[in-house]
Design a binder for this molecule. Structure first.
Ligand SMILES: [Zn+2]
Length: 76
């Protein structure tokens, strides 16, 4: 009887350790996943740096938002 309890406890412990290991490896895998484009560009209007993927490009100028593109066009 006690031997069976010990066996069940041992199995649960192993499952718990394996689950923790899988979760940890999934987290590190997500963190190490390379980004599509790491280039940073500067918004012409507010001079904020942002990823090129998120930038709005207009006439070779980059902007952080449609609002700043509009502001720049009004200023120019
Ligand atoms: Zn901006």
């Amino acid at each position: 009887m006690f031997r069976n309890l010990f066996l069940i406890a041992a199995i649960l412990l192993v499952v718990w350790i394996i689950r923790g290991f899988i979760r940890r490896s999934q987290l590190t895998g997500a963190a190490n996943k390379p980004r599509k484009n790491k280039d940073m560009v500067q918004c012409e209007q507010c001079k904020t740096y942002l990823p090129k993927d998120d930038a709005i490009v207009n006439n070779d100028k980059t902007f952080c938002s449609q609002q700043h593109l509009n502001d720049w066009n009004h200023k120019a």
